[in-house]
Design a protein around this ligand. Sequence first.
Ligand code: GUN
Length: 278
Amino acid sequence: MKIIDGKALAAKLQEELRVRVEGMAVKPALMVILVGDNSASQVYVRNKARAAERIGIKSETLFLPESTSEAELLNLIDKYNADEQWHGILVQLPLPAQIDEDKVLLAIDPNKDVDGFHPMNMGRLWTGQPVMVPSTPAGVMEMFKAYDISLEGKQAVVLGRSNIVGKPMAQLMMDQNATVTLCHSRTQGLKAICQKADIIVSAIGQAEFVKADFVKEGAVVIDVGMNRNAEGKLCGDVAFDEVAEKASLITPVPGGVGPMTITMLMKQTVTACERLTA
Ligand code: GUN
């Protein structure tokens, strides 16, 4: 068994990005909007700002009150869409109940949609012409590349069907000629499906859901989960210690997929800037 070191890979890729940005005449600029006081979101936006600073990307985080109306947020998005100094716009999710998330994602200029959540970017991905790709699945694909994991003809199982992770993950692996089974909370016989998989990517959001008896000997196991277990400790979707004994490669939590997600967001911001200023 080998552990995939997401932290080290992210650091290497961020350093490459820093050098790339150094050579750019126009520096990339990312506007991050956080509405309300969700404590997890506050940690995420802080980490994004820190990564941006390391790489030389200009970033600003706009903290809006919990009571912000949908119209106010949409007006701000219009303003930043039109403002050429910003190449990326990111609205941190989840949003307070009075704001329709779908409307907000639709309002962001697809060329500045560094999260890749706009329906146009989702559609481009599904039709095999990816432009802006959601960061977490993009980060998992970078891990496959860095660790020479070929997807060609492989049986891959994705657990979780979210727009942010599960669906784009399945598409990206299909693009590399994997045969993908997309499972979710209502899937019958889920364990038996996992047992056949060469590669499992879990984004189901349940602590230690994937146990050793789900996993084929020598499988690759990628854990996108970020959960707290009964003792309040941060853990993934995979029961790491027992699954590690059977897997050929496995990601830890923390230090696996998480650092790659932020890195891919930064890469997408750099690419968006290059495209918008070309
Ligand atoms: N909330 C949880 N993950 C994400 C993400 O990748 N992007 C945004 N905008 N919000 C999130």
